[in-house]
Design a protein around this ligand. Structure first.
Ligand code: 13P
Length: 346
């Protein structure tokens, strides 16, 4: 393990107020998103969509790292150029999702355990040889009647820490993603309590497994009321609850924090990140960045519709969201950015 190299990579991924773009949907998830828009679900359309993302002009000015999926890391542009080559030429750091998905946890109805540790050392060595420099593993924690149980949080935290240790052994920066999902009727306070407990347990496990905090990135959820809750709080309340939760539970040595979007609208995700940075940035030990999938991709996907003639407009939408989120890292995002973009595109 080269600790300095890991630290340099982790810092470079979030340098210059950039963030990460997660384009690592599994085949099933990608097909589900295509199906919702009537886009044919096959390897060819998935490849064309990923090519659209990777070839977005100027993407590298706002995006420091791209998270790929096993299918994608092996794919090529229509003209035969490997995707990895395009990413490297653009100066973006390639990463790869390495968990194999969240499965039902036995004896704990409604709770999930993420799998993928078997054979991981060998898979990491292959991804490293291919050129990946960081990895991602997502644990899923749901809030509901009497859940999550401690057993689910601990099992997922231990798997996250074992994954992170294996990544660092292989000179790959682990992005550690314990996601407390938004579905449910819970209050913002409940999300804050569960997220804080989850993060404490995750960092205890990372400590036990000797993970170097300076060489990892945390990818948490924002602290939000459940999607079906009638209580929807202001930007300031969300920013305050999220920042307090992180300050209580994330060691200062961690290289950076890059939020998932989790099903929020693209605009709200940018506005909430912006408020956190504009109000609290000077008081925080780590950069607060983004690692969004839906909150960057969804508007572009809706424009694309699987048609070549829509590629340029979809790329403009993708770049716009990436730029909004970089601007939010600086605390300078506002609704005018959306209005200007909408004005140019109507
Ligand atoms: P969302 O931003 O769509 O939540 O996805 C982030 C991610 O990478 C989930 O693992």
């Amino acid at each position: 393990m080269h600790t300095t190299g890991l630290m340099d990579t982790a810092q470079s991924m979030l340098a210059a107020d950039k963030g990460l773009l997660a384009m690592d949907e599994s085949t099933g998830t990608c097909n589900k998103r295509f199906a919702a828009l009537g886009i044919p679900q096959n390897e060819d359309t998935r490849r064309a969509y990923r090519e659209l993302i990777l070839t977005t002009p100027d993407l590298s000015t706002c995006i420091g790292g791209l998270i790929l999926y096993d299918e994608t890391i092996r794919q090529k542009k229509e003209d035969g150029t490997p995707f990895l080559q395009i990413i490297k030429d653009a100066g973006i750091i390639p990463g790869i999702k390495v968990d194999t998905g969240a499965k039902d946890m036995p004896f704990f109805p409604g709770e999930k355990i993420t799998e993928g540790l078997d054979g991981l050392r060998e898979r990491l060595a292959e991804y490293n040889r291919m050129g990946a420099r960081f990895c991602k593993w997502r644990a899923v924690i749901s809030i509901g009647d009497n859940i999550p149980h401690r057993a689910c949080i601990e099992a997922n935290a231990q798997a996250l820490a074992r994954y992170a240790a294996l990544c660092q052994e292989a000179d790959l920066v682990p992005v550690v993603e314990p996601e407390v999902v938004m579905s449910g009727e819970h209050t913002l306070q409940k999300c804050a309590d569960v997220t804080e407990e989850v993060l404490h347990i995750v960092f205890e496990q990372l400590y036990l497994q000797r993970v170097v905090l300076e060489g990892m990135i945390l990818k948490p959820n924002m602290v939000l009321a459940g999607l079906s809750s009638s209580e929807q709080k202001s930007l300031e309340d969300v920013a305050s609850a999220t920042v307090q939760c992180l300050l209580h539970s994330v060691p200062a040595a961690v290289a950076g924090i890059a939020f998932l979007s989790g099903g929020q609208s693209a605009e709200l995700a940018s506005a909430r990140l912006n408020t956190m940075n504009s109000v609290y940035k000077s008081k925080l030990p780590w950069p607060l960045a983004f690692s969004f999938a839906r909150a960057i991709q969804q508007p572009a996907l809706e424009i694309w519709q699987g048609k070549k003639s829509n590629v340029v407009a979809a790329q403009e939408a993708l770049y716009h969201r990436a730029l909004c989120n970089q601007t939010a890292r600086r605390g300078h995002y506002d609704a005018k950015m959306e209005a200007q973009y909408a004005g140019k595109n109507t």
